[in-house]
Design a protein around this ligand. Structure first.
Ligand SMILES: [Zn+2]
Length: 153
């Protein structure tokens, strides 16, 4: 199961949940706009996916019907649309997003709810020699290869 995160979810978390995570490009743009440093740490763990136009239209239609349209940004709409395309669960604290999700029978969870496991341990791994590091470094000090953010299980 893949979790679709909106900006409010990302902004309120220090660590990412242990599930697969996808976000629409607009969420990444919002983090960038605030120069959010967590983007450096999380960049490799977030799957950035475009939603389809068909799903966007469906969500817009549902939001119009429920009166949430004015409270949803284009990015919010794309989060819900992506959940349709990927058959994912939306992770959000935004009530309008939650409302449209329930109308459309899309599963959602508030951030920090029981059942959302937060990753305690995740680290960086060298692409070359495979050594683990706590902090991100530009190159592996041992072999000089690039590093990748990985979840340690
Ligand atoms: Zn190395």
């Amino acid at each position: 199961m893949v979790l679709i995160l909106d900006s409010s979810a990302l902004f309120s978390m220090e660590d990412l949940p242990a599930e697969d995570i996808a976000v629409p490009p607009g969420v990444i743009d919002e983090l960038r706009r605030y120069n959010d440093r967590r983007l450096d740490r999380w960049g490799d763990l977030l799957r950035v996916s475009e939603c389809t136009k068909a799903s966007l239209d469906k969500v817009r239609g549902a939001a119009l019907g429920s009166g949430d349209a004015g409270r949803l940004s284009d990015v919010d709409v794309s989060v819900i649309a992506l959940a349709i395309d990927l058959d994912g669960i939306v992770l959000t604290d935004d009530f309008s997003i939650q409302n449209v999700c329930s109308i459309m029978h899309i599963e959602y969870r508030p951030v920090g709810m029981k059942g959302i496991k937060k990753v305690e341990k995740w680290n960086y791994r060298c692409n070359g020699c495979g050594k683990w590091y706590k902090e991100k470094q530009n190159d592996c000090p041992v072999c000089g290869s690039s590093m990748k953010a990985c979840r340690k299980r």
